[in-house]
Design a protein around this ligand. Structure first.
Ligand SMILES: [Zn+2]
Length: 383
């Protein structure tokens, strides 16, 4: 469990996090507690010079340097963060995360399009992962399709960023009469204009299906007028119905991508809240498959029984972690109950997250800025 894996060093900031990254970060342990985790993001900016951001980062670092344990390796990493901060000032609204351990030649940085303000620097045995997982969850990819009579627009949203995929859906002139010689259209339609419109929406629903597969998106938002929606909804294929997280009404088809993002952001956030509420309710109702509270969830994670874990608000409790076998137990005993080796106190939230990642449990982590806001530690069990 505590063999320290050494991922390759990436000097460039990466703009996405893959599962292997999370596993490598979760497995990492530095016996000397020299693992540096740094997060920085601001949702509003005092001025265009971004001097304020640099001062905030410098203050974070001063707080750490003032502690007596700061040694040469940690100082090197902190200097690296000061240098990186000069770059961060130009994109402070993205989440910048750096995981470094000079002693073990680790420097991994991420630059994610996640909203919210975070400013955190930790120097510990393990990397601090909660803000990274929250950023991944809040910037999960989703597709947006805007539909109008005979035409549609395609977008992909990644957190605070939206990209329009131009000309993804071919427009059709639905006013044409049957018998028109246009190839690929006349064979679909043999009747009045209403049938043409229905055939167009049927074909469009297939194209939406292909578009989502191309983008590897599991969620979609549709933007269209109410009258058009009643025609489109019956045509949607089953995977897209299941993936639909919401719809918005817009009287104007030719809005800017920024306006589309403004309309879909609350829909996406509400879908995350529903996900937390649904899991919480399922755990409450299915008592034999549910675990509640830190002790129960910890026990079940140790046994590899947890399928999904829900960690409500960030919580300050600490738990004991064995330095030898990695076993976690609630309370502050200084000897491991299994191997009698010495234990260390670690943040319970971080310990649960690491254990969940390493036992392939899904982690639901509502952000502190969301509306979920419950002090809840709960899990749905595999058996
Ligand atoms: Zn142990």
């Amino acid at each position: 469990m505590h063999t320290s894996t050494i991922p390759s060093i990436h000097l460039e900031s990466r703009q996405s996090v893959i599962r292997e990254d999370l596993l490598a970060l979760a497995q990492f342990c530095d016996e000397n507690a020299h693992a540096v985790s740094f997060y920085f993001s601001l949702s509003s900016h005092p001025d265009n010079s971004h001097r304020e951001e640099v001062l905030m980062i410098q203050q974070l670092i001063k707080n750490i340097v003032a502690k007596p344990h700061t040694d040469h390796g940690v100082s090197k990493d902190l200097s690296g963060i000061v240098m990186a901060a000069e770059e961060l000032r130009y994109a402070p609204s993205r989440l910048n995360a750096i995981f470094a351990c000079h002693d073990q030649h680790i420097w991994q940085s991420f630059d994610l399009p996640a909203a919210g303000s975070v400013s955190r620097l930790e120097v510990r045995r393990h990397f601090h992962l909660a803000p990274l997982l929250r950023a991944i969850e809040s910037s999960a990819l989703y597709c947006v399709v805007m539909v109008e009579h005979g035409k549609a627009r395609a977008f992909v949203v990644h957190g605070t960023e939206i990209q329009e995929i131009r000309a993804r859906f071919k427009p059709e002139d639905l006013s044409l009469h049957s018998g028109n010689s246009r190839v690929g259209w006349s064979h679909h339609v043999d009747g009045n204009q209403q049938e043409r419109a229905r055939a167009y929406l049927k074909e469009l629903s297939w194209e939406i299906h292909r578009f989502m597969e191309e983008q590897k998106c599991l969620r979609v938002v549709i933007g269209c007028r109410d009258d058009l929606w009643s025609d489109l909804e019956p045509q949607l294929l089953n995977p897209e119905r299941a993936a639909l997280i919401g719809r918005f009404h817009t009287p104007n088809f030719d809005v800017s991508p920024a306006e589309v993002l403004q309309a879909t952001k609350p829909i996406f956030e509400a879908s995350l809240q529903r996900r937390y509420e649904d899991l919480s309710q399922t755990i409450n109702e299915g008592s034999s498959h549910g675990a509640r509270g830190l002790d129960q969830v910890l026990d079940n994670l140790e046994q590899g029984r947890v399928q999904k874990v829900l960690l409500g608000k960030p919580f300050p409790e600490m738990v004991a972690e064995c330095g030898q076998c990695g076993h976690l137990h609630a309370g502050t005993g200084d000897k491991c109950v299994f191997c009698t080796s010495s234990t260390h106190l670690v943040f319970a939230e971080e310990a649960l997250i690491r254990k969940a990642l390493l036992t392939e449990a899904e982690i639901l982590l509502p952000g502190p800025e969301g509306s979920y806001g419950r002090n809840e530690v709960a899990a749905w069990l595999r058996y």
